[in-house]
Ligand binder design. Structure first.
Ligand code: CA
Length: 232
């Protein structure tokens, strides 16, 4: 769940924004003044909505505080600044100190939520990992772009489903998946097979990729739950 920090001294504005963001599935932290905002910025935050006029430390000072230190845990956090119509100068300074977007007061909460989504989308697109990059685990190399798998540089021939299954699990190492989750993920909700389909494919996949299928290095059974990808 994405965590949003709203730093705003007007309680009613804070509460309306929180309500709208929570309804959209965000988790919200509230700061009523600048010092509280700085304190909460020590936590993992995905985006900050920052009022420029705050008691204590104002919005621009907070921006300088987080952006100028590469060591700050949130030095890259995307920020939407709230300003009043008359604060045009703040808007210009704001861009200079690394604000990503503005919303002018009074604003509609819906518009703010839209801006939050847009900024998060832009930010995630910039920082997104390359989905074509090979995944390397010990002797195993998975190449998503050409659907190829190698163990100790030897190519392994997998069926399309076996490959999808391996890639899906390898992208979330240590996460345990139930057979039902894997069935839905790889075969889709429209597939009328049962969970033994997963068991059968997993068995074949292990025979191909594991040096010793009876004592797996990569894919492990979590008894009573399902499977996980974890390199031993
Ligand atoms: Ca204010």
């Amino acid at each position: 769940m994405k965590q949003i920090l709203i730093a705003e001294d007007e309680r009613t504005v804070r509460e309306v924004v929180r309500k709208y963001l929570e309804r959209e599935g965000f988790s919200v932290l509230e700061a009523a003044d600048g010092l509280q905002a700085i304190e909460l910025l020590q936590h993992p935050i995905d985006l900050m909505v920052l009022d420029v006029m705050l008691p204590g430390v104002d919005g621009l000072a907070i921006m300088r505080h987080i952006r100028q230190k590469n060591t700050h845990p949130n030095h890259r956090v995307p920020v939407i600044m709230l300003t009043a119509r008359t604060e045009e100068e703040d808007r210009i300074t704001g861009f200079e100190v690394g604000v990503d977007d503005y919303v002018t007061k009074p604003f509609s909460p819906r518009e703010l939520v839209m801006r939050v989504r847009a900024v998060l989308r832009r930010f995630n697109a910039e920082t997104e990992v390359d989905h074509n990059a090979p995944l390397i685990f010990k002797d195993l190399r998975i190449e998503p772009q050409n659907h190829a798998v190698y163990r100790s540089e030897q190519p392994i021939t997998l069926t399309a489903k076996e490959f999808e299954l391996l890639l899906f699990m390898a992208r979330s190492p240590r996460q345990v998946f139930t057979r039902a989750q894997l069935l839905n993920q790889i075969w889709g909700y429209e597939f009328y097979g049962d969970e033994s389909t997963v068991t059968v494919h997993m068995h074949r996949l292990r025979d191909k990729i594991e040096p010793d299928p009876a004592n797996p290095t990569y894919i492990h059974t979590v008894w009573g739950v399902g499977y996980k990808f974890e390199v031993n």
